[in-house]
Design a protein around this ligand. Structure first.
Ligand SMILES: [Zn+2]
Length: 443
């Protein structure tokens, strides 16, 4: 504080003026501000960085007392999967990190907005971070929690880099993976995306005979690092990341494990609760996106496409025939029509789709059918799900896909598309048509 007053007097503020400004500041805040707090604000207004003048004091983990707020400077040694929770009408996110400094280890629990640092990939394993104003919730084992006043920042610090030991990370390539391998890091590029699926897992909680049902999410993608390819399986909150992934993106798996697929016998990488996935990590040594895709998919002319052989084509969008939502029963697999489209059956509520088998578990998928051409031929191409949404440039189809299509059609027809397609024979027409797998570019 004395140092701040000295700096302010250097700026030409007399003691009387300073006193005046400080009490004015306190008045502005209706007396909620301490003299010291007001002084800091005045200093900031005069271009004096409070942090430089009053350096933050970092405490050693081993010295912390239960219940206090403290600043610590730590290394992140492990990031667990973020979790969503719902408790007594409160919804939020939480994520646990293992951290250490020179003196001890502990858990740093991030809540809500601070979980963004993990989901957006700002913090990776072995980063140094400063944590200001964390709450010391427990001592044995040590647990620090983030709160509204907590500030967390990734830091570059050569001294701490030396004094706080790194966690030895095991970075493996896909060709090095063996069944049962655990807690490794891995870098790869996304070659293909699969749809995510919800599932219900049943778990018996302690002391109760009733199974506890919990909704879960599973998603997978196909990845390559140049040495090999494999399926990457993501669970729960990690699975949500697939929605943001695009083909060709780099991913880093932290704390992954390997499991053999029971049916195919192939080794798969899993990102479960002990691990997490970083989308487009800060640094990696993977080959470029284009060369990775070219090594996976052949570039072809429409005329040369063969059934079931995925390829990249460059084509013009000649026409869009229709946009609609297709509904399929998840129980029996039959296509489902909206009540009303069929004339309607008694006892059903209009607007709620249900299958003739009685199931109400219906999957709705947006679909677009169009015609593509290059200098070799023209062909029908269908876009499903996310690909259909991306073609139209919308987040969802809504109640009336045809109207959206009419609004966008003029703009889209004539565009040049670069996309990965799988040629399939249409079961009704018997002709070869394309299923759009990934829209790479629209020009
Ligand atoms: Zn059905």
């Amino acid at each position: 504080v004395d140092e701040l007053i000295r700096k302010l007097s250097e700026k030409g503020l007399s003691e009387a003026e300073l006193k005046q400004r400080v009490s004015e500041k306190q008045g502005e805040f209706g007396g909620l501000l301490t003299e010291e707090g007001a002084l800091k604000l005045v200093a900031r207004e005069h271009g004096i960085s409070v942090e430089e003048v009053v350096p933050v004091e970092y405490r050693k983990l081993v010295e912390l007392q239960e219940g206090e707020r403290a600043n610590v400077f730590v290394r992140v040694t492990q990031v667990f999967a973020p979790k969503a929770f719902e408790k007594e009408e409160r919804r939020g996110r939480v994520c646990n990190l293992l951290v250490r400094d020179e003196s001890a280890e502990g858990t740093l629990v991030l809540w809500n907005r601070d979980v963004d640092l993990i989901e957006k990939g700002a913090i990776e394993r072995n980063d140094l971070v400063s944590v200001k104003n964390a709450l010391v919730k427990k001592l044995a084992p040590l647990e620090l929690h983030s709160g509204i006043l907590t500030e967390i920042k990734v830091e570059q610090n050569q001294e701490k880099e030396k004094t706080i030991p790194r966690k030895e990370e095991q970075v493996l390539t896909l060709s090095q993976l063996r069944d049962g391998e655990m807690d490794f890091d891995l870098y790869a590029r996304v070659l293909d995306l699969r749809e995510e699926k919800g599932f219900v897992r049943e778990r018996r909680s302690d002391g109760s005979l009733l199974p506890v049902k919990k909704d879960g999410l599973i998603a997978s993608c196909w990845v390559s690092d140049g040495s090999a390819q494999a399926r990457l399986v993501l669970w729960d909150k990690n699975a949500e990341l697939v929605r943001c992934m695009r083909i060709g993106d780099a991913v880093k798996v932290e704390g992954g494990y390997v499991k053999k697929n029971v049916r195919s016998g192939a080794l798969e990488i899993h990102a479960g609760w002990r691990g997490r996935v970083v989308l487009n990590p800060r640094s990696h040594s993977l080959a470029g996106k284009e060369s990775m895709l070219e090594n996976t998919y052949a570039k072809a002319k429409i005329l040369d496409l063969k059934e079931n052989e995925a390829a990249i084509i460059d084509a013009s969008l000649l026409n869009i025939y229709f946009a609609r939502v297709v509904r399929k029963c998840l129980k029996c697999g039959a296509p489902v029509k909206f009540v009303g489209e069929t004339g309607g059956a008694e006892g059903r509520t209009a607007g709620a789709p249900s299958c003739e088998c009685g199931s109400t578990e219906i999957r709705e998928t947006p679909m677009i059918a169009c015609e593509l051409s290059d200098d070799s031929a023209a062909i029908r191409c269908v876009f499903y799900g996310r690909q259909a949404l991306e073609l139209l440039g919308v987040k969802e189809f809504g109640a009336d896909p045809e109207t959206i299509l009419q609004l966008k059609k003029e703009y889209l027809v004539g565009k040049k598309l670069s996309l990965v397609v799988t040629p399939k024979t249409n079961p009704f027409s018997g002709e070869l048509e394309l299923v759009a797998r990934h829209l790479l570019e629209t020009k």
